[in-house]
Design a protein around this ligand. Structure first.
Ligand SMILES: *Cc1c(COP(=O)(O)O)cnc(C)c1O
Length: 387
């Protein structure tokens, strides 16, 4: 169980779940690689029996992320999609999910190609920036609302309090994928969302050197917590000890990293807002963003991701992407280094073209994950690649 929010975010990022090691006094959490733990008598042990069920290094990561999200209990996963998959395991055949229509491509694939078949759930995708669409999509089978905000890659912002209030009134579980914001920028549980989850591969890990996920349950709900613990223990999609350690290390700098990610991204968005080679810069921090006011209320800073529509469509956007030097052409986001990618050809290629176009992922769209390099160098890199 995480301690509730008594200390500041930065303090908890460094200390939550982590006490000096009682046997040696080690100040930093050791990497406990042991798969099993000695018992004094059958069933009598120090709280640890087998590392799939519980591991000291992973437990420290889980307590730390639970504290940062202001929740009760955290779970560490082997990847972000493993966290999403475990979350969907809470549902039964026939259950209906309402999901945001602009979701991480891998989540759509998990829903459409795996879970609807293996688990018999049904998913309806709607634009949740208009609550009316959510109300209309609800059926008497709806058991989960799955939201991502800001969305990937169009950076639409969904009103978390409105979703949470509606879900509560209808006794539906609300889930938010908070990967794009990180808990420093946005804390969905504070708005009444039931479960928050992450691809820890992105900002939590922060250095593009691991794959992991996390999930935090917001309220003291023993039935939900023990159901999730049972799902995790039964399926086994856990974070390994080494990765748990790396994430703990990364979380210590999450606040300073996110501040700079947000600062650099805002400056770049403003700089290129009226550039002649760009038809549109999409960033929640710009005053022309359709949910700018909501973002200002719901988020602390506007995140490190920007999307841009390059004039000239596919040809022009491809040659732009080939020419950036500091921005590396690669999928993923949230690391200290800047990355750039083409959603239609890369991260969202698994979506059918008509669906992509329906939600607004055009062939000229590029997505930038703004890193922590010198701002002037980043601006110059984009300028020279647009020439
Ligand atoms: C990357 C990502 C995921 C999937 O996470 P993995 O760690 O790659 O499994 C889920 N949601 C969002 C928003 C992501 O960006």
């Amino acid at each position: 169980m995480s301690k509730k929010n008594k200390e500041g975010f930065e303090t908890r990022a460094i200390h939550a779940g982590q006490k000096a090691d009682p046997t040696t006094g080690a100040v930093m959490m050791p990497i406990y690689t042991s798969s099993t733990f000695e018992q004094e008598s059958p069933g009598v042990h120090k709280g640890y029996d087998y590392s799939r069920s519980i591991n000291p290094t992973r437990k420290a990561f889980e307590e730390c992320i639970a504290s940062l999200e202001n929740g009760e209990v955290g779970f560490g996963f082997s990847s972000g999609v493993a966290a999403i998959s475990a979350c969907v395991e809470l549902l039964s055949p026939g259950d209906h999910v309402i999901a945001m229509n602009d979701l991480y491509g891998g989540t759509v694939r998990l829903f459409n190609e795996i879970k609807t078949l293996s688990q018999g759930i049904e998913v309806t995708y709607v634009d949740m920036t208009d609550m009316q669409n959510v109300l209309e999509a609800k059926t008497d089978k709806t058991k989960m609302i799955f939201v991502e905000t800001p969305t990937n890659p169009l950076l639409r912002v969904v009103d978390l309090a409105a979703i949470a209030d509606f879900a509560k009134s209808e006794k539906i579980l609300s889930v938010c994928d908070n990967t794009f914001a990180s808990p420093y920028v946005q804390q969905p549980l504070n708005h009444g969302i039931d479960i928050v989850l992450h691809s820890a591969t992105k900002y939590l890990g922060g250095h593009s050197d691991l794959i992991a996920g996390a999930l935090v349950i917001g309220k003291k709900d023993d039935a939900l917590v023990s159901r999730m613990a049972n799902i995790v223990n039964s399926l086994g999609p856990i974070t390994g000890a080494f990765d748990s350690y790396l994430i703990l290390r990364s979380l210590k700098t999450l606040a300073v990293r996110m501040e700079r990610h947000c600062e650099n991204a805002l400056a770049i968005a403003k700089h290129f807002e009226s550039h002649k080679e760009i038809s549109e810069v999409i960033y929640p921090g710009l005053s022309n963003h359709p949910q700018h006011d909501l973002a200002s209320k719901q988020m602390k800073g506007y995140g490190g991701i920007i999307s841009m529509n390059i004039k000239g469509g596919l040809e022009k956007s491809k040659s732009f992407l080939e020419r950036t030097k500091i921005f590396a052409l690669a999928e993923s986001l949230g690391g200290v280094e800047s990355l750039i990618e083409h959603p239609a050809l890369m991260t969202h290629a698994s979506l059918p073209k008509d669906r992509r176009e329906m939600i607004g992922i055009s062939d000229g769209l590029v997505r930038l994950s703004v890193g922590l390099e010198s701002l002037d160098d980043l601006v110059e890199d984009i300028e020279q690649a647009l020439k």
